[in-house]
Design a protein around this ligand. Structure first.
Ligand code: C5P
Length: 289
């Protein structure tokens, strides 16, 4: 049976701004996204003669169509008019419900992997279009690298790569519902927004410090009080250990810091891991196509 391995990389929000609520219930976003080396490993097999099947090393993940990886396989097979005898084995490395687009990254890895395995020759734009029906972050995850994501998240502009750096990611032990956080944001006046134009200019100049010091995520301001304090404390630790900047990713709760020195990133990783089991040391990576 033809098979292929495909990696699913986590994404970070270097910036996250929510511009307003749309008539379809979604929100218009403006986000600078970055891929990091923290990843899930997928093994895809085609021609099982069975409905799409997902298995993973985490027994609580859904195995049917509600798993974004399965949904992506179904959408792709629908689009090309083929039977969907796909089996997907996922070894999770990205924490779940963390603001790192782990599920969307798996969906994107399925689209890229099947495109290659079945020699479909579909462009990334076509894969992103199919992925958009699976989830708002899937189009970006198909492309990867440094990119501006607008609209629901599907309008992508590739950007100059963020200069390579080390990333420490730390997921506090709580999770927050994404629709709930969007709802909270709808009911408040957003006081502080990221300097997206400044980040884009810094990327143009290859200025890592300029990007790191302008990172911000509007969801940080609407976290429940105790959660917000924990996120702020992790950010402080990262900065004290030499991070050039720190922010929360997506709807959280993962907090990350960017470092230009491997030794400082390593020290921050060790300190945070004493309190937080889900702490990771990674590197930025470019487009994943
Ligand atoms: O598209 P996805 O299924 O990933 O979105 C999950 C939830 O996040 C949506 O149901 C919606 O509540 C919220 N969302 C939003 N606006 C976006 C993306 C997501 O309101 N642009």
């Amino acid at each position: 049976m033809p098979a292929i391995e495909s990696n699913a990389y986590a994404k970070l929000n270097l910036t996250l701004d929510v511009l307003g609520r749309r008539p379809d219930g979604y929100h218009d976003m403006c986000m600078v996204m970055q891929t990091v080396s923290l990843c899930d490993h997928l093994l895809l097999e085609y021609g099982t003669g069975m409905p799409v099947q997902v298995r993973s090393n985490l027994e609580y993940l859904p195995t049917g169509g509600s798993n974004l990886a399965a949904a992506a396989a179904l959408r792709l097979c629908e689009a090309i008019g083929r039977e969907c005898g796909v089996s997907i084995a996922i070894q999770k490395g990205i924490p779940v419900c963390a603001g790192l687009a782990g599920g969307s990254a798996d969906a994107a890895a399925v689209l890229r992997g099947l495109n290659q395995l079945l020699s479909l020759g579909l462009s990334w734009e076509r894969l992103a279009e199919i992925g958009q029906r699976v989830g708002s972050d899937v189009p970006y995850c198909v492309l990867g690298g440094t990119a501006l994501a607008e609209g629901r998240g599907e309008t992508l502009t590739p950007l100059n790569s963020l200069p390579s750096c080390w990333v420490v990611l730390c997921k506090p032990n709580f999770s927050i519902s994404t629709p709930e956080l969007f709802g909270r944001l709808d009911s408040v006046h957003i006081r502080c927004r990221p300097d997206t134009a400044g980040v884009l200019a810094a990327l143009d100049h290859g200025d890592l410090m300029g990007v790191a010091q302008r990172m911000y995520n509007v969801f940080e301001d609407v976290l429940p009080e105790r959660r917000g304090a924990e996120v702020a404390e992790i950010k402080n630790t990262l900065i004290q250990q030499g991070a050039l900047g720190a922010s929360m990713s997506g709807t959280g709760p993962t907090v990350f810091g960017l470092f230009d020195q491997r030794s400082q990133a390593g020290a921050a990783f060790r300190i945070l891991r004493e309190s937080y089991r889900e702490t990771y040391l990674a590197e930025t990576i470019g487009q994943v196509l």
